[in-house]
Design a binder for this molecule. Structure first.
Ligand code: AGP
Length: 612
């Protein structure tokens, strides 16, 4: 989850690296640091805390040089201290390393190096990489060979960036496993390195993505690529689809608020090009043969966090329309439960970043077991998009806020399109029904925009309840996962304890929690379980509880029972979750802001969890 940036060219490296790190700070931020090379000498600056602290250090002690690397850290090994901040150096101060991932065998490497007299300054796993490279150089290896050998010795998933005073015009970067991306940006007589595209999009949109077991030597006029055995490899240059402005805040106070309000457009972009009204068809070229689609007998969805809740909604959509059984697993659980995977099963990975290590590991497990896989993913060029046999891009644009919002609704829409496509190809619904669903899809962005217009009520609710210590979210059927997602949104950006629960389970435990202190958010759609939700609201009220209902427009019965009511337009039951989640995003946002939380970069969290 760390942020990595590198630069080599004609500009002041420290400025380019700092700007890049600012755009990556959402990935992880316990500490930050930077290194540059100037006439063969390496300079390092580091600081604990947010990037602003490093900026203060740089103001008092500016750095020189046109070659530099920088890092924002989300601590895995070693506490949050300046000694543990990257970059880390070898004994002689001639090799400096930044790193994303976990060196699983670092203790073993470290004890060998200690026996050879190496002195360590930190408790990190990263530092052993610098000393290991030094050790290979002491054995006579040149900088690149030493780097290749050292990186080959590392176990685990790691992305490593190296500055070496012996090759002062070059940055060496390598990637092993799924340690989060490494993207190389190609400029005019200048080159960029980053763990994520937003860091460098304002300079170039010509990008190369390093894959597992690949290394690059990056100099101002270009890069050479090779495998870890030193064999040259050819790399494809991709053109980024995102413009740098889209990665900025666009006048909103926080990325999260901007991304919440982008959802009418992002939902439109997810749908665009994939429905044909004239023909009454879904065009979703996943590249599977007719027989693969017809013989499909089970889908295993894997995801983490918010994406997992999106996959739970997707289960309802796919089972209802395509009549294919769907099992949903947390990425972190899937590979350890020895899943029963049939020959005609399909793996569906749902992931915004495409870099979540547990989701990637589940994809690899499925691939190893011979399953075809589809990735529903936002980040183009991400590992999931390269690992899968087919990709459904969200096309939602960069999501910078750590709390996922627009990616979530796009994940719902993308799975709806998949469900409709499978139903169309397997003929489990007729053309008339397909056209009906297409019509609902076409109306959806406008309905999303309608929900997002009235922000006032959320600020009123936030003002009233932001000091509460516990919230309970209740939903049923396809909106039960929305209750889970609403609770996660509140938890992760306001630090209030919140729990999502299937409303029917209230009487089996949670009803003991009901009192006048704990607001209960109840999701009441105009669907087959509406009357059950109404009685759940009455059960809460009968025990003195507070009910904030999210219900369909015009539902006066809910209005008469709940303390507060937020309405959403009526749409098809399968698409109602897209609308139901919007008020929960806004409620969480305004409560988080009211509590003075850093809603874009919540404590302890990172945008993409690339370590187990
Ligand atoms: C969502 O708000 C969280 N930031 C987190 O749960 C996230 O959804 C999860 O880490 C999965 O990320 P992915 O979609 O990039 O795989």
């Amino acid at each position: 989850m760390c942020g990595i940036v590198g630069y080599v060219g004609h500009r002041d490296a420290s400025l380019v690296v700092l700007q890049g790190l600012k755009r990556l700070e959402y990935r992880g931020y316990d500490s930050a640091g930077m290194a540059t090379i100037q006439s063969g000498c390496i300079e390092v600056r580091r600081s604990v805390g947010k990037l602003a602290a490093l900026e203060v250090v740089l103001k008092s002690k500016p750095m020189r040089g046109n070659v530099g690397i920088g890092h924002t850290r989300w601590a895995t090994h070693g506490g949050v201290t300046e000694e543990n901040a990257h970059p880390h150096m070898d004994c002689r101060g001639e090799i400096v390393v930044i790193h994303n991932g976990i060196v699983e065998n670092y203790l073993e490497i470290k004890s060998t190096l200690l026996e050879r007299g190496h002195v360590f300054r930190s408790q990190t796993d990263t530092e052993v990489i610098a000393h290991l490279i030094e050790e290979y150089q002491l054995d006579g290896a040149d900088p690149v060979t030493a780097a290749r050998r050292a990186i080959s010795d590392l176990q685990g998933a790691n992305a490593v960036v190296i500055l070496d005073s012996r090759s002062p015009q070059a940055i060496i970067v390598a990637r092993v496993g799924n340690a989060g991306g490494v993207v190389i940006g190609i400029g005019e007589k200048e080159m960029f390195i980053a763990s994520d595209m937003p860091a460098i999009l304002s300079y170039t949109q010509q990008l190369v993505f390093l894959e597992d077991q690949e290394l690059a030597i990056v100099e101002a006029d270009g890069a050479q690529y090779m495998d870890l055995d030193g064999r040259p490899i050819r790399k494809e240059v991709n053109t980024a689809l995102w413009d740098p402005v889209a990665a900025e805040k666009g006048g909103y106070r926080h990325f999260m608020l901007k991304e919440i309000h982008e959802q009418a457009r992002s939902v439109t972009d997810t749908i665009r090009g994939r429905i044909d009204f004239d023909a009454g068809r879904v065009n979703l070229d996943i590249g599977f043969t007719k027989e693969e689609i017809l013989s499909l007998d089970r889908i295993h969805s894997v995801a983490c966090g918010t994406a997992y809740y999106a996959a739970l909604v997707g289960k309802f959509m796919i089972e209802k329309l395509a009549r294919v059984p769907v099992e949903v697993d947390y990425g972190s659980e899937f590979r350890y439960r020895e899943p029963l995977l049939g020959a005609n099963s399909l793996l569906l990975a749902v992931t915004q970043s495409g870099e979540t290590v547990d989701t990637l590991a589940a994809m690899e497990e499925a691939r190893r077991r011979g399953l075809l896989s589809i990735a529903v993913v936002n980040v183009v060029g991400s590992q999931a998009s390269r690992l899968a046999d087919a990709v459904i891009h969200l096309n939602a644009g960069p999501e910078i806020g750590v709390a996922s919002t627009k990616a979530f609704t796009s994940q719902l829409v993308a799975q709806f399109l998949l469900a409709l496509y499978l139903a169309q190809e397997r003929k489990t619904i007729d053309e008339a029904e397909i056209r009906k669903h297409l019509q609902h899809l076409a109306e959806l962005p406008n309905l999303v925009g309608k929900v997002l217009t009235d922000g006032e009520q959320y600020q009123t609710l936030a003002q009233k309840y932001f000091r509460r210590q516990d919230f309970l979210y209740l939903g049923r059927g396809i909106n039960y996962p929305i209750a889970l997602e609403g609770a996660l949104k509140l938890k992760e950006i306001s630090y209030i304890h919140a729990e999502g629960y299937p409303a029917g389970e209230m009487k089996h435990g949670p009803i003991a929690l009901i009192d006048e202190n704990m607001p209960v958010v109840a999701l009441v759609a105009r669907d087959v379980v509406r009357s059950k939700m109404l009685s759940n609201i009455e059960q809460v009220k009968a025990r003195g509880g507070i009910v904030i209902a999210v219900a369909s427009e015009g539902d006066n019965e809910v209005a008469s029972k709940a303390d507060h009511m937020i309405t959403v337009p009526i749409t098809s039951p399968l698409l109602t979750p897209v609308l139901m989640v919007l008020p929960l995003q806004l409620l969480a946002y305004h409560i988080g802001v009211r509590r003075g939380c850093d809603v874009d970069q919540p404590r302890n969290l990172a945008k993409s969890v690339t370590v187990e």
